[in-house]
Each structure stands twice: as C-alpha cells, then as structure tokens.
Design a protein around this ligand. Sequence first.
Ligand SMILES: C[S@@+](CC[C@H](N)C(=O)[O-])C[C@H]1O[C@@H](n2cnc3c(N)ncnc32)[C@H](O)[C@@H]1O
Length: 244
Amino acid sequence: MKDDRAEFEQQARRDAIALGEDEAINRDGLHLLREAGKHRYTYLWSWLGVPIIQVPSDVMAMQEIIWETKPDIIIETGIARGGSAIFLASMLQLLGRGTVVGVDIDIRAHNRDSIESHPLGHRVRLIEGSSTDPDTLAQVIAMIEPGGKVMVILDSDHSYTHVKNELAAYAPLVTEGQFLIVADTGLAIESDNFTPPHGWGNGNDPMAAMDEFLAAGDRFEIDPVYNGKLLMTSSPRGYLRCVR
Ligand SMILES: C[S@@+](CC[C@H](N)C(=O)[O-])C[C@H]1O[C@@H](n2cnc3c(N)ncnc32)[C@H](O)[C@@H]1O
C-alpha cells in the first residue's frame, strides 16, 4: 500500500482552510454555541476529573498545537477551577518535560487543592495575582528557563483594556514557532449570553484588543489551519503563531 500520510495531512490542511473561509457555516457554528450557552455549555466538561471551562474543539486544537510545537513552558492566565491547567500539564507529561505556569487573581483553596493533589499537579506552578501586575509578571518571568520554548494562553479578564495590557506584557515572552492564544474573542461576535455581569462585547472584548495588537506588529499571524477548523470555538481567530 502507498504511504499516503503526507497527502492525507495536506488534504486536511486544505479542507481546514476552506472551512475557515466558509462564512455561513462559521456563523452557524458560533450561533449554535451561543444557543448552547443558555445551558452553560462551556461549564459542562472536565479534564481528568477537573472542571475545564472550554469548548471541546478548543481543547482539541490546543492538543494538536502542543504536540506540534512542543513548548517547555505554557503560561496560562485565568485558571479558574484548574481543568485547563491540568489539561496542559497532561500534554507536557506526554512530552516528558515542561511546566505550566498558572496565573489567577483568585485561587480558591479548593481549586488549588484540585490542582495540587492531582497526579499531574507536579507540572503546575501557581501564581496568585492579577496577570498584569508587575510583581506577578516578574514571578512568571522568573520561572522561564533560559532558552525555553514559551507558549501563552490569555484566558483571564476579557475586557479590552486588560487583554491589551496582557498582550503587551505576555506576547514578548512567546518564543518563535510557539503559540499565543487569545481566548474568548467570540465575545465580540456572540456576546449576548456572556455580557452580564462583566459588560464584555461591543468593542470591550479580547477581539478588539487582539486586532489592534496584530495591526501594530508582525511577530504573530492568525494560523489559518487551526483557526479554520474550529467551527464551534470560544476563540475565533484567536490562535496566533509567533513567526519571528
Ligand atoms: C474563563 S475563567 C478561566 C477558565 C480556565 N482557563 C479553564 O479553561 O478552565 C477566567 C479566570 O480569570 C481569572 N481572572 C479574572 N481577572 C483576572 C486578572 N486580572 N488576572 C488574573 N486572573 C484573572 C478569574 O478569577 C477566573 O478564574
């Protein structure tokens, strides 16, 4: 039998890009997610027993990204109940090395316990504080080993100003070839269910901050394959590859 693995992958890339360009189906995907939001869809899942506040396709995309890019350090701002931190830790465990740095303004004792008592908790370092506080940032930077490959996920306060400040603080830490994920950009498009009590959406959202950030520099590009195939995602266009 002919080895068709490369061909299969090329076809999948082309299909993903074409899917991403199909505006109607992506509009339907986001609409379905908004409707499912009435049932608190993103709160229904867990990873290895710990609640993860994500849409499954986003978790799948992160799995592919981590396996492709093999980061040494994954910095996540906004860890909530810890499921995403444990997910990231489990990917690093499969790689056999690496650390998740989880930053949150409010790490409740029971959530800290879920993470620290988990079999994969040894791969997670927790920092409590606002992600944009200079002291928090200094603690994060101190955990990066020289020469380490750094990936960043911004999933904390989704206001325009906070994400703008996070992008200024954390994007420079991302190393070439790694990803910067700006979560919940979908608030700009389908914010009805998410707006109260924060008032996010209508320009006060991660997409607005991300678009300005992208326009101001050339280190990051919206990856057409990962972004193309998400379909139902919290973070449309939010998967940025560091290209230089
Ligand atoms: C959407 S949840 C994170 C979900 C988590 N990444 C997951 O996938 O399960 C947002 C988190 O951001 C935290 N947060 C809010 N403002 C913050 C800030 N200024 N700095 C750091 N974390 C913040 C909240 O405490 C909350 O736990």
